[in-house]
Ligand binder design. Sequence first.
Ligand code: ADP
Ligand code: ASP
Ligand code: MG
Length: 412
Amino acid sequence: MSIVVQKYGGSSVADVAKLKQVADRVVRTRRSGHDVVVVVSAMGDTTDELLGLAKQVSPNPDRRELDMLLTAGERVSMALLSMAIRELGGDAVSFTGSQSGIITNDRHADARIIEVRPVRVQDELARGKIVVIAGYQGVSYKRDVTTLGRGGSDTTAVAMAAALGAEYCEICSDVDGVYTADPRVVPAAHRIGTLSYEETQELAESGARVLNAQAVEFAKEKGIAIYARATASPLPGADPAADGTVVRRHPPRMPGTVVGVASEKDVLLFEIETSARESSGERLALHVLEVLDEHHVAGKQLRVSGDRLTLVVSRENLHEEPRMRAALAARFGDAVRIVDTLGALSVVGAGINASFENVRRGSAALAAHGIAIDGLATSSFRITWMIERARLDEGVRLLHRTFIEGQQTPVP
Ligand code: ADP
Ligand code: ASP
Ligand code: MG
């Protein structure tokens, strides 16, 4: 029997009624003739609530203890879902990340999976069981419980699909696939039928929450097809791209087409004046990066130009910001400036920087609407403008109109 891995996000299991609907969908999948492994997220906003509790107790919560706390959210869902499946006559068993064999490095709060040993999962599947796994967590080779970074249940699902040789990995959410922009921000956004791994990864890294970037990286490495679908949708039919998004290798597309617009609000911009100290500027920059590493700050973009180093970081998995700010101020004083008013606005597509046309068009559209550009970075798949955070949603709508609504043929 072929194995199918399904992941249900927090909004899909937000309350008991929704959890029962998920249980029903899982049982239907099993009855349609598949072995089923289900990965669940914490219910609704549980992870944010647990984080809020931690911050009330400690403004710089210890990352190991934070992982112990946050993994509890997914354990609640896995046990409840397993019970709900049993109630419908299915035979389910739940496992934590550790029990399912997800081995990570020892980096707390944004651990990377280094190996999956799904022996217990395989044994239970062989016994005919539906296996329910707590997403977003693993165990380090030092035997400590770890979490995989925000949105990490997607990563659990894809890693498990790869380790089990699953036919596909379904990521079920409140939205029926990947859109040309966040449909909550851009009403005119439309669903994209098929995306390549690279396009999806860039969209995810640019802030499109619908799929986690690390999960896509895993899928790409192992060649796993991802079906992004709505939890309320039917089971995938002969053409899963008809009512969801399929992420797979190289779908044909005209090079240079912008496939999507994404934004990330919660970023910090670091500006480091490397000429500000007597010591060599290069050394100063390295010392700043060392302090950032000590505080587990993951960088997104780094740029050196003349006497200035600029660094953009995501706040998503940064849990000790007050301590980091104090350490930087104590060691480097005014040489390090932290800007907390900007956001990143990106357009994504293969080959979009083959000429400067797209950079010019986007920059001109922003300027025409009085949106100041505080930084610009490009890669072969992406153009990112740093703009005022308060105008980010407006910027997304504007670039969607410029690049996507104006296109002669819509993104298929
Ligand atoms: P889950 O809890 O199921 O993991 P998330 O909240 O992590 O769900 O992701 C789904 C949300 O991602 C959607 O509700 C949508 O607002 C947002 N989103 C952002 N960008 C996109 C996009 N390009 N396509 C679809 N959804 C997007
Ligand atoms: N519950 C975790 C989060 O909110 C993981 C996930 O939902 O994927 O980030
Ligand atoms: Mg998610």
